[in-house]
Design a protein around this ligand. Structure first.
Ligand code: SF4
Length: 62
């Protein structure tokens, strides 16, 4: 799944990826402590109050 299809989760420090047989699922780590966040956000995530950039994942725009 490309960057524009994932949205903010791709560069958020709270996201984790779970590899399935045919696709990769994006999981929100905030959901573990705050049930208002979905465990598996509907993609693309275009705005999110919990977003925090992970500098290690930051990439120039595609
Ligand atoms: S806090 Fe928002 S942007 Fe970050 S992983 Fe969760 S849903 Fe995605």
């Amino acid at each position: 799944m490309g960057r524009t299809q994932v949205g903010l989760c791709e560069t958020c420090k709270h996201s984790r990826t779970v590899k399935g047989t045919r696709s990769t699922f994006w999981m929100c780590g905030r959901s573990a402590t705050d049930p208002s966040f979905p465990q598996y956000p509907r993609l693309p995530v275009l705005s999110c109050r919990g977003y925090e950039i992970d500098p290690a994942r930051k990439r120039p725009p595609a």
